[in-house]
Design a protein around this ligand. Structure first.
Ligand SMILES: Nc1ncnc2c1ncn2[C@@H]1O[C@H](COP(=O)(O)OP(=O)(O)OP(=O)(O)O)[C@@H](O)[C@H]1O
Ligand SMILES: [Mg+2]
Length: 464
């Protein structure tokens, strides 16, 4: 993308309405624009990051054996009357009436709808286990929408639902989700700690929330400092292995880590004092096992091995996809702007032309642009007539992890400059070396780069 052709409405001034850094930076970097309280338009740069996060979520869900689909945003009130939640859900549910006077609602979550799909099509235990998920907009009429996309009214959520014959099988589904979520967050450059939580209106006994530690987080959390040392990293996981998934779940959840709802001073105080931490966190996901809470009242049964009908054991599992963008920025920024982790950056590399209109500089930039694009990377080339200081400020604000700076002086010596957004360190390299270096940096995120094959026919949704 060339900046002269893009739509990147950056703001010079700090918007007065933004109380926290992620909201401020998303507005300043031209990622979002508020449409109404808690409802945002996703401008091109914000939309790109959102799609990157969705991609990671899809890849990790599919890796875990979960099946993508798409349910509508508008649901029938009758389904929610069956589960008893239509009245229970309260003011957060946006209720709508159609022209025939039928009660509808904008889905805040999808347990009822998915259970209806399941009961309509699955009748035998032989079709289990089954986990279906989608990534879809949700609406919750939050009393105090704030902090930009962190607490919106309309927000994007991945929600998945497992159907199992027994509690034991459903607990494996629970553990499998836990592992896949940790891997998902790590790929986004985040540490999200699973913490014992309260189940709220979803119901059930077993539930963990995933929290990113941040001063601006809305949740109060208590944990043993040793939990922050645990990483999943690159280890291979067999998601069908009950033992492997359970072992990871135990590793990540055995140390004390709880939200204020389940916090227990007596248990907490058994941890050595120097390891006791209380802090704030951003909830970026939650997993639930709730047994037959929905399958019982809604009649989602399968014929068991003995021919008798049994209600299926279920769980639901959510990731706050749009909220995650705010959480990533809270965790990764400096005074100048955002610092995107390489796994989620909207463009892989900025190209800054210090002297637009200089024949040599223009040609070198065009070649860099073509070379990066040919190997399947997306550069953002600032080809505008803005002065150098302004170009650097914009690149720093929008947070691309790497920048190649091209100017006539360097080109005389055959070099361009490659700069890390995170450390500010620069190295002088030939243009070819700069491209090779950037390809190397991104190889872990784009396996085709390691194979040195140009990526043919990249499609928008490569994961499906
Ligand atoms: N109003 C919101 N704006 C943005 N993301 C949200 C919002 N509400 C929930 N989410 C995200 O969706 C995920 C799954 O939804 P869940 O039902 O667990 O939310 P929740 O526990 O009600 O969230 P919260 O306690 O923050 O209101 C949450 O972990 C969170 O990341
Ligand atoms: Mg939750």
């Amino acid at each position: 993308m060339r900046l002269s052709r893009y739509f990147l409405p950056v703001l010079k001034e700090n918007p007065a309405e933004a109380q926290i850094v992620s909201h401020r930076l998303m507005l300043r970097a031209g990622m979002i624009k508020q449409a109404q309280a808690g409802i945002y338009s996703w401008l091109p740069l914000g939309f790109k990051v959102l799609r990157k996060l969705e991609n990671i979520v899809h890849e990790e869900q599919i890796r875990a054996g979960h099946i993508p689909m798409l349910m509508p945003t508008l649901q029938s009130a009758d389904l929610w009357r069956e589960s008893g939640r239509y009245d229970d859900y309260g003011e957060e549910m946006l209720r709508i009436t159609d022209r025939h006077g039928r009660d509808m609602l904008f889905g805040p979550t999808n347990e009822e709808l998915i259970t209806d799909i399941f009961r309509g099509h699955v009748s035998s235990y032989k079709d289990l286990p089954l986990t279906l998920y989608h990534i879809q907009w949700k609406f919750r009429d939050e009393i105090r929408p704030r902090f930009g996309v962190m607490r919106g009214r309309e927000f994007l959520m991945k929600d998945g639902y497992n159907f199992d014959l027994t509690k034991e099988d459903a607990l494996h589904s629970y553990n499998r989700h836990l592992v896949s979520y940790i891997r998902t967050y790590e790929r986004m450059g985040l540490q999200a700690i699973p913490m014992r939580a309260d189940s709220g209106p979803i119901g059930g006994d077993d539930t963990h929330e995933f929290l990113v530690l941040a001063e601006t987080g809305e949740s109060e959390v208590f944990y043993d400092s040793k939990v922050t040392d645990i990483r999943l990293g690159e280890r291979e996981i067999d998601y069908d292995s009950v033992e492997q998934c359970r072992a990871v779940m135990e590793e990540f959840t055995s140390l004390y880590a709880r939200t204020d709802e389940t916090h227990d001073e007596a248990v907490f105080n058994q941890i050595p004092e120097e390891r006791r931490r209380s802090a704030r966190g951003i909830e970026v996901g939650q997993i639930f096992y709730f047994g037959t809470k929905y399958s019982d009242p809604m009649g989602a049964t399968v014929q068991g091995p003995d021919g008798k009908p049994v209600p299926v054991h279920m769980g639901s599992h959510g990731i706050g996809v749009s909220r995650l963008i705010g959480a990533i920025i809270e965790a990764s920024h400096d005074d100048k702007g955002i610092i995107w982790p390489e796994g989620v950056t909207p463009f892989h590399c900025g190209i800054v032309n210090l002297k637009q209109g200089d024949a040599e500089a223009d040609a070198a930039c065009d070649q860099l642009y073509a070379a990066l694009t040919a190997i399947g990377l997306e550069p953002l080339y600032d080809d505008t007539n803005e002065r150098a200081g302004g170009k650097f400020a914009t690149m720093d604000l929008i947070g691309l992890p790497w920048r190649i700076t091209v100017g006539p002086r360097g080109l005389k010596n055959g070099v361009v400059e490659l700069t890390s957004r995170k450390t500010g360190e620069s190295v002088e390299l030939s243009p070819e070396e700069a491209v090779r270096k950037v390809a190397e940096i991104y190889a872990p995120h784009h396996p085709h780069l390691a194979r040195e094959e140009p990526m043919a026919g990249r499609s928008f949704h490569t994961w499906l």
